[in-house]
Design a protein around this ligand. Structure first.
Ligand SMILES: NC(=O)c1ccc[n+]([C@@H]2O[C@H](COP(=O)([O-])OP(=O)(O)OC[C@H]3O[C@@H](n4cnc5c(N)ncnc54)[C@H](OP(=O)(O)O)[C@@H]3O)[C@@H](O)[C@H]2O)c1
Length: 327
């Protein structure tokens, strides 16, 4: 009897797509647990991050731009956190029960909208500081994208001034805190009064509402000779206008996905980029987080079964991030 039940394939609850499409395609299914290779870990997922890019992936955008053949059922979820359930034979950094978080983009073994996820061990890390599972789950992609933008693309130096456009959003609220830790002066352009209050609490040197305030005048007061660098996380006319405050010889960076794509004023360098990963950068991010109080803000948390509600919530004004709780 025991043998028979052991031989049964173990199953998990996951929110999976049978086809690409709208939020209604997100359905709870019972799926087999992913199997791990020698260099992978199996995570028992407690929370998943809901990325601003998840609807694009849900509609089939990622497989199209990556030139991949999708397999269904397709499980979304780039970011997540939980405990180690099993390790591959070459993995010695983790043991069963360790609290970890991880990111893996368009994981062919399935994403984090599930009770279990298999990821490369190098993409996983112990949870830094005192972050909760929800906070750790929403952190990796946006945190690594913020840090790649500031350190690698903009090469931000202590004492420089930085404009963060979309500072109350996922990447923005993390970038603002990293930039302060790197010694920059931060001009934060947030969304709404609540966004302005939020980024002030996070340490912005000056904060304005990019939806209603006169951003350019405020920027001139902040840096009369122009701002050194900008990280842009939302596009459009307001962003375009704000970027007129960057000084000649200054730099602008924005992650791929920001639409419409920002343009630089004459004499300003502009780069589109992707967030990077890997152990060294994750450790760098963990060190920065642990070097003082750090806020990873989860505005709303939905149970896994309400993933479609979470996707709808992405389109409504919110601060920081949205998470799924996976019981
Ligand atoms: N290529 C990569 O590696 C990579 C990685 C991660 C993310 N991304 C992309 O980067 C972009 C940003 O990601 P995210 O996670 O930070 O998204 P997000 O949380 O939606 O952040 C964008 C923020 O910009 C705000 N905003 C929009 N218009 C504004 C305005 N006029 N003034 C002030 N704030 C304004 C939004 O506020 P509201 O609350 O008003 O909407 C939101 O808080 C997305 O397109 C995402 O797909 C790319």
């Amino acid at each position: 009897m025991a043998q028979t039940s052991q031989a049964k394939t173990q199953t998990m609850r996951a929110v999976a797509l049978d086809q690409f499409g709208g939020p209604e395609t997100l359905q709870v299914q019972s799926l087999p647990l992913p199997e791990i290779e020698a260099d992978e870990v199996l995570i028992r997922v407690e929370a998943a991050g809901v990325g601003a890019w998840d609807p694009f992936e849900r509609e089939g955008g990622f497989v199209e731009i990556m030139g991949r053949q999708p397999t269904f059922p397709y499980v979304l979820g780039t970011d997540g956190a939980g405990t180690i359930a099993a390790v591959g034979k070459d993995v010695n950094r983790f043991k069963k029960g360790d609290r970890v978080y991880a990111a893996e983009l368009a994981n062919p073994k399935g994403g984090f909208y599930a009770q279990y996820a298999a990821v490369k061990a190098d993409n996983a890390s112990p949870i830094p500081g005192h972050l909760t599972m929800e906070q750790a789950a929403v952190l990796p992609s946006d945190g690594l994208t913020a840090l790649t933008g500031l350190e690698k693309v903009l090469q931000l130096k202590a004492g420089e001034s930085l404009l963060v456009f979309g500072a109350s959003g996922g990447i923005g609220h993390l970038a603002l805190q990293f930039a302060k830790r790197l010694g920059a002066r931060v001009f934060a352009i947030a969304s709404g009064d609540d966004g302005v209050q939020f980024v002030k609490k996070l340490g912005a040197d000056k904060a304005v509402d990019g939806r209603s305030d006169d951003v350019l005048n405020a920027a001139k007061e902040f840096a009369p000779n122009g701002i050194d660098a900008a990280l842009v996380t939302a596009g459009g006319e307001k962003a375009e206008r704000a970027l007129a405050s960057i000084r000649k010889g200054g730099r602008i960076a924005y992650p791929h996905g920001v639409m419409p794509e920002p343009a630089a004023p004459h004499g300003v360098k502009i780069d589109a980029y992707d967030g990077e990963g890997g152990r060294a950068l994750i450790e760098r991010m963990n060190d920065l987080i642990e070097s003082g109080p750090f806020e990873v803000y989860v505005d709303r948390t939905f149970p896994l079964e309400e993933a479609s509600q979470a996707h709808k919530a992405l389109t409504e004004h919110h601060l920081g991030k949205i998470a799924l709780r996976i019981g």
